[in-house]
Design a protein around this ligand. Structure first.
Ligand code: BES
Ligand code: ZN
Ligand code: ZN
Length: 505
């Protein structure tokens, strides 16, 4: 899909669909059906003699977030149709509302045959940053238009937008160009992560994940290294070796390096991603329902690899290293068992209770490695526990962190990126639940607070480093919604990139 800026006049700009925005007016009792129009929506309203406001007064459109009103201007504008998308209450209008509205409208026009689409949701009102609005429109459109159809006959693949134009004023053209570039980089990386998640697990093996990561690294100009099974054994990554034991696929440990600050140590920010390419549960086999979704158990790895791509393109002045332990969790005659004791890279032993709690084992090795190398802060992302889905659903990512400033930085980066994080506890009392009689720690703490005890296990492997653990089990894989299709969301890519940009300052 081609995407460009246009400064042409809205009346003569020909396209299949022109997307404008409208918010719900502040309700002071009087104007119940009132809407507030974005800059171009107001211009369109004028060209059509007040048709938009009239339809709103008639009750056809209220401006709720994601609500759509289709107008056919019948030649009075060059556009075949105008899509007015609601952005919700005006008082709550922000980049995220515009991003969401843009995704819904773009997805809708794509599904209804539009090839040439103009994005014109700009606002010129106090408190709304035009550059952020422009970026949010681009991000929303590209996120909303995303589809994963490479395994379908091309006949089914016709409905795709050929050209997106972002409407800008001549005066703000440069600002819009920059916003377009940033939004495009962020979403290309997010959609790359989504592709990795959506690939079937027979294709995306640990070896294939390493191949895709290193191909990306070569194109993006990142340094990389991949440890094979022999090297993983030599280093003593007993968690990764234990989990991979039942699989016919060899494990990999992927390292990606970005040097944005060559004058300083490269042992600064480390991003660690859980890369289980398929999680059957192993000997503690999962039930069949929805097991196919466990192809997404490498969502943390995908987020890290995607973020490294975006960071390489946006070039913040900071050194960032991506670390991805990857393998399959399979049941077989060679699989690890409940009762086994594994020794992690840093020497600590873990008593295995349930082979389905495999993510913490491979992360333990990766975190130990990062800590031994001297990285700080270390941020890991993992589809780690069903417990976090119970606690926070599919809306917010659980954030476990041993440093207040880092907690605040991640939440702020998430807000900029349009991703939500909620702080969860690491209180020491939870540590009692993972005490073992025969090993240094027990792998699981039972049913209650299972996402917290999982995080407490990870904490054993980060030493004194500043560390954050993002449990993305609820947010990394989504059902079909008006703004996305079922599958990987790429959560984490944009937040990690924004975090690297902010830490660089
Ligand atoms: N990959 C799963 C967690 C998961 C659940 C991810 C739902 C995405 C959606 C993880 O490996 C797992 O199975 N965790 C178990 C641990 C338990 C056995 C201690 C869980 O949380 O149920
Ligand atoms: Zn599992
Ligand atoms: Zn898992």
């Amino acid at each position: 899909m081609e995407i460009q800026i246009t400064t042409r006049d809205v009346q003569t700009l020909s396209c299949d669909a022109l997307i404008v925005g409208a918010a719900r007016a502040p309700q002071n009792g009087q104007e119940e059906k009132g809407i507030v129009l974005s800059t171009t929506a107001a211009a369109v309203d004028k060209l059509l003699d007040g048709l938009l406001q009239e339809r709103a007064q008639a009750g056809e459109f209220q401006g709720n977030l994601g609500e759509l009103l289709t107008i056919h201007p019948m030649g009075r504008l060059a556009a075949q149709r105008v899509i007015v998308v609601g952005t919700g209450a005006q008082a709550k209008l922000d980049a995220q509302a515009i991003r969401r509205a843009s995704a819904i409208a773009t997805r809708h026009v794509q599904n209804t045959g539009a090839k040439q689409v103009v994005l014109a949701q700009g606002w010129q009102i106090a408190g709304i940053d035009e550059a952020l609005t422009a970026q949010a429109q681009v991000e929303g459109a590209l996120l909303g238009a995303y589809r994963f159809r490479k395994y379908q006959k091309s006949d089914n693949n016709q409905k795709s937008i050929a050209q997106l134009l972002l409407l800008a004023s001549e005066a703000k053209k440069d600002v819009y160009e920059q916003a377009l570039h940033k939004g495009q980089v962020l979403v290309e990386a997010t959609n790359f992560a989504r592709d990795l998640i959506n690939e079937p697990p027979n294709v995306l093996t640990p070896t294939e994940l390493a191949r895709r990561a290193t191909t990306m690294a070569e194109q993006a100009g990142l340094a990389y290294e991949v440890f094979d099974e022999a090297k993983i054994k030599e280093l003593g990554m007993g968690g990764l070796l234990g989990v991979t034991q039942g699989s016919a696929q060899p494990p990999q440990f992927i390292i990606l390096r970005y040097q944005g600050d060559p004058q300083h140590s490269d042992k600064v920010l480390a991003l660690v991603g859980k890369g289980i390419t398929f999680d059957t549960g192993g000997i503690s086999l999962k039930p069949p329902a929805d097991m196919d979704e466990m192809k997404g158990d490498m969502g943390g790895a995908a987020a890290v690899i995607g973020a490294m791509q975006a960071i390489a393109a946006l070039k913040p002045a900071i050194n960032v290293t991506g670390l991805v332990p990857t393998c399959e969790n399979m049941p077989s005659g060679t699989a690890f068992r409940p009762g086994d004791i594994l020794r992690i890279l840093n020497g600590k032993t873990i008593e295995i209770v349930n082979t389905d709690a495999e993510g913490r084992l491979i992360l333990a090795d990766a975190l130990s490695y990062a800590e031994q190398q001297g990285f700080s802060p270390i941020i890991d992302l993992a589809t780690l526990t069903g417990g976090i889905v119970v606690a926070l659903g599919h809306t917010m990512t659980g954030l476990f962190c041993n440093d207040e400033q880092l907690t605040a930085d991640i939440i702020a980066a998430g807000r900029t990126a349009g991703e939500k994080f909620w702080p969860m506890p690491l209180d020491d009392e939870y540590g009692d639940m993972i005490k073992s009689e025969i090993a240094d720690i027990k792998q699981t703490g039972g049913r209650w607070a299972s996402s917290v005890t999982a995080a407490k296990i990870l904490e054993h492997f980060v030493g004194n480093a500043k560390w954050a653990h993002l449990d993305i089990a609820g947010t990394s894989y989504g059902d079909k919604k008006s703004y996305q299709e079922k599958g990987g969301t790429g959560v984490g890519v944009r937040t990690l990139t924004e975090l690297a940009l902010s830490l660089a300052q």
